[in-house]
Each structure stands twice: as structure tokens, then as C-alpha cells.
Design a protein around this ligand. Structure first.
Ligand code: ADP
Ligand code: MG
Length: 156
């Protein structure tokens, strides 16, 4: 089992090496899987992260576009990519989180700021869904403040 910081470091190093093409293809696959797996009609308000520019995160912009067309009633709030951003107000039915990595128990690794751990504390009703590269599954021990996700969608 790796310490979280070490796992985070090696995963980020690997992610930097992805090509734009790889990021696009995987994001497309994950978006399609999401639209097939999750019935978004059950939600009224969801939170999507905005991918960090140049960060090679699973891209949510395609999902945002598809949701706007398919579910015009659905309120899709795009989060700020700033690490110091204030938590969006109100309750969400679903919260999508980026993942630097994840483990087999549904715990995620972020950048190490704990933003989602603190945000999700105030969103106990939300379905928590992580979007991740299949290769970013690692073995690490979560800490008591880490909030597990209900589901992690990958290209695997
Ligand atoms: P990440 O989830 O981004 O990978 P960590 O889980 O390592 O990052 O959390 C980073 C820091 O955030 C922790 O050291 C912890 O002190 C702080 N943190 C996380 N959740 C809380 C919380 N609910 N209350 C106070 N501090 C928190
Ligand atoms: Mg955490």
C-alpha cells in the first residue's frame, strides 16, 4: 500500500504524459458510459467540475453539452477549477468529482487540498460520482476525513 502523497505524485506524473488525443478519447468514452448508465432525469440539480486547463483531467465539457440538450430541465452547475473556490450554495442531487486516482473501496485522491472532502461533507444527500482513468486505480489507505464516492466511472 502506498502513502497517499506518493501515489498522487506518480499518478500525476503519468497523467502529464497523456496526449490531448488520449484525454479526448477517454473523456468521450466516459461521457457515453455515463449517459447510458445514469438516468439524469431523476436529478434536478447537479454539480460538475470544470477541468483544469492543461491538467489532462477527464473532460466534462462534452457531458455538460449533452446534458443541456437531452435534459433541458436539469440545472447543471459547473464548479470553479480554483483550489480556493468557495463551496457552491444549495443542495445537489449528484456531485461529479475529478480523480487523480482511486482505490477499490471508492476513495479518491485529489490534488491534496481536500476541497471535495469538505464540500461533500455538506452534501450527504448527493450521489457522489468520480470520473477517472482506469489506469489510475491504486492501493492507498484513506484518512478519516476522506469521503468515499458512491460510484467511480472509468474507461475500463
Ligand atoms: P485530497 O482529498 O484532495 O486528495 P486529502 O484527503 O489529502 O486531499 O486532504 C488534504 C487536507 O485537507 C487534509 O490534510 C485535511 O487536513 C484537510 N481536510 C480534508 N477534509 C477536511 C475536513 N472535513 N475538515 C478539515 N480539514 C479537512
Ligand atoms: Mg481526500
Amino acid at each position: 500500500m502506498k502513502p497517499k502523497s506518493l501515489a498522487r505524485q506518480s499518478l500525476l506524473q503519468k497523467r502529464t504524459q497523456l496526449s490531448l488525443q488520449q484525454v479526448r478519447l477517454t473523456s468521450q468514452q466516459i461521457t457515453q458510459k455515463l449517459l447510458q448508465t445514469i438516468d439524469f432525469a431523476q436529478f434536478s440539480r447537479i454539480h460538475l467540475y470544470t477541468p483544469l486547463a492543461g491538467g489532462n483531467e477527464v473532460d466534462t465539457t462534452m457531458l455538460q453539452y449533452e446534458l443541456t440538450i437531452r435534459y433541458p430541465e436539469l440545472q447543471v452547475i459547473m464548479g470553479s477549477p480554483r483550489p480556493q473556490a468557495a463551496f457552491p450554495k444549495g443542495d445537489f442531487d449528484a456531485v461529479f468529482t475529478p480523480c487523480v486516482g482511486f482505490n477499490r473501496d471508492g476513495f479518491r485522491l485529489g490534488f491534496g487540498n481536500g476541497w471535495y472532502d469538505r464540500f461533500l461533507l455538506g452534501q450527504p444527500q448527493a450521489l457522489k460520482i468520480g470520473l477517472a482513468y482506469a489506469w489510475s486505480k491504486v492501493d492507498f489507505a484513506p484518512e478519516p476525513h476522506d469521503i468515499p464516492l458512491d460510484m467511480i466511472l472509468t474507461d475500463g
